[in-house]
Design a protein around this ligand. Structure first.
Ligand code: MSP
Length: 498
């Protein structure tokens, strides 16, 4: 039986070029999507852009463009970057698309008719930077910029009435908010009475958004609009079969800064719509540069394209996946990038390929030799390789991508060590079949590690599998066929010299 797996990234604000924070979430989602496809699951992977609201409006004004021109100009920078990074998304949603506007308006009508939306005068602290009213406590925390007193007539969503239902859901579904410490934060937040959510912005103040269907003087608050992309993307209200097939989402992947909007706003919206909640909301940490979060407002962002142009796509994907433990923050440094590249990719993975593809042509006419009966040393490698099949899927299910990579690298390191001990270059002179056996075992382990690493480095592992004539083979031991002619290749990961 195939399992369906619907996963999403946040939709990114088009207020600037994409940076490494955006690239990270998208690559992580892509790696998970590829792992699931490899495991035989049917996957729908959605990403896209959040194009309404004040931040986008301000960014467009700063460039002297209309907001729509600004979005149309910047959107390709995201989609082209995703293409360049090998992102295998199934759809790319933009909230200014008609299909989305229709869904947002239909949802607003539904929720309004249900009696979950009302109008009221509200006076309170408003954070211009965060684009929302904040509580007294939040104001006192000092974490919000551009705070001012604002009095306005607005439309509100009765979020508060779903508070207990949400708490009960979180408690009954341990997988719902991940990691555990983030779930506890949300439960802590829900110990205070939940307020209703202001879901409108008067056009007189901020007109860039989707008009409320029941009051044309207002546009929809950007978060109420944006979160609904997860429904639009799978055909809510328009393509019933598609929607039935994919909803609820299996995994919403996001950064910790937007966990509250997802676990509180989004879930209560779904309650109001009588729709099931996503299975898991996973909040990852931040990429930091020094002590600060990389962000546009701090101005310390690393452009992923610069790294990619210099070192290639797969090493960047590898570094981001290996270096961050999802759930914790990670520190970006060029030193750690170079170190990972040289040790894991050049010395371990690349070196194993070079050995195999150097020795088999030299002693066996580039034909994969017959292994014959395996010795205990060979079997030890076989066991590590076979164990990966049990370990990797479990780790991926828990989003422990970094650990999964480490497991695979341990196989590669074990094979390199085995090669040194067995020294097939010496054996070849005394006992050619024994050298053939060792080279078979090493190539087979290389093939299996390349298959396991392929969701992380699709292009480079493709090269390895092509050399071994093993594209599309299964990760079971014995998939490499003796008699296969090895292909040729250039340097897989040329060492970065200082
Ligand atoms: N538009 C909203 C999301 C709406 S989802 C319905 C938004 N966009 S964003 O462009 O500001 O950020 C999107 C994502 O990028 C967030 O998950 C955020 O955590 C992530 N990152 C932005 N900077 C980051 C780092 N420095 N490190 C890791 N991820 C970070 O919020």
């Amino acid at each position: 039986m195939t399992t369906k797996f619907y996963l999403t990234t946040p939709i990114y604000y088009v207020n600037d070029r994409p940076h490494i924070g955006h690239a990270y979430t998208t690559i992580l989602a892509d790696v998970l999507a590829r792992f699931h496809r490899q495991a035989g699951d049917e996957v729908f992977f959605l990403t896209g852009l959040d194009e309404h609201g004040q931040k986008v409006l301000q960014a467009s004004q700063a460039r002297g463009l209309t907001p729509q021109q600004h979005c149309d100009d910047l959107a390709p920078r995201f989609s082209q970057l995703w293409e360049k990074l090998g992102i295998s998304n199934d759809d790319f949603i933009r909230t200014t698309q008609d299909r989305h506007k229709k869904v947002v308006q239909a949802v607003l009508r539904k929720v309004y008719e249900k009696g979950d939306i009302y109008q009221s005068e509200y006076e309170g602290w408003y954070s211009v930077a965060e684009e929302r009213f904040i509580t007294e406590t939040e104001k006192e925390s000092g974490e919000f910029r551009d705070v001012k007193m604002l009095k306005e007539r607005n439309w509100f969503f009765r979020m508060s009435q779903y508070q207990q239902k949400l708490i009960d859901h979180i408690n009954a579904h341990p997988q719902f908010i991940q990691p555990e410490h983030r779930k506890n934060e949300i439960l802590g937040f829900l110990r205070q009475p939940l307020t209703d959510l202001c879901i409108s912005r008067p056009k007189s103040r901020m007109g860039w958004g989707i008009e409320l269907p029941f009051d044309t003087e207002y546009v929809t608050y950007v978060w109420f609009d944006a979160l609904l992309n997860y429904l639009t993307g799978v055909g809510y209200l328009t393509e019933d079969d598609k929607f039935k097939k994919w909803w609820p989402a299996s995994l919403h992947l996001l950064g910790k800064d937007i966990l509250t909007t997802h676990s509180v706003y989004w879930t209560t919206m779904l309650f109001s719509l009588d729709l099931p909640l996503p299975e898991t909301i996973f909040a990852h940490g931040w990429w930091m540069l020094g002590e600060s979060k990389m962000s546009k407002s701090v101005g310390n962002v690393v452009n992923p394209l610069d790294l990619v142009d210099q070192f290639g796509v797969d090493p960047v994907r590898y570094y981001l996946m290996r270096e961050m433990i999802p759930g914790q923050d990670a520190h970006f440094t060029m030193e750690s990038f170079v170190k990972r590249f040289n040790s894991d990719l050049a010395n371990d993975f690349g070196n194993l390929l070079n050995r195999v593809s150097g020795l088999i042509p030299k002693y066996f006419n580039a034909i994969v030799p017959e292994p014959g009966a395996l010795t205990p040393e060979d079997q030890h490698i076989q066991t590590i390789a076979e164990n990966l099949q049990n370990k990797v899927p479990g780790l991926i299910k828990e989003l422990k991508v970094s650990e999964a990579i480490e497991e695979i690298l341990q196989l590669i390191r074990a094979v390199n060590k085995y090669m040194e001990q067995q020294a097939p270059w010496k054996l070849a002179k005394e006992n050619l079949p024994a050298a053939g056996r060792v080279l078979y075992v090493a190539s087979e382990a290389l093939r299996i590690s390349a298959l396991h690493l392929s969701p992380v480095m699709p292009a480079k592992t493709d090269t390895v599998l092509n050399v071994l004539g093993a594209k599309g083979s299964s990760p079971q031991w014995g998939g490499l066929k003796p008699g296969t002619k090895l292909g040729e290749h250039g340097a897989l990961f040329p060492r970065i010299e200082k």
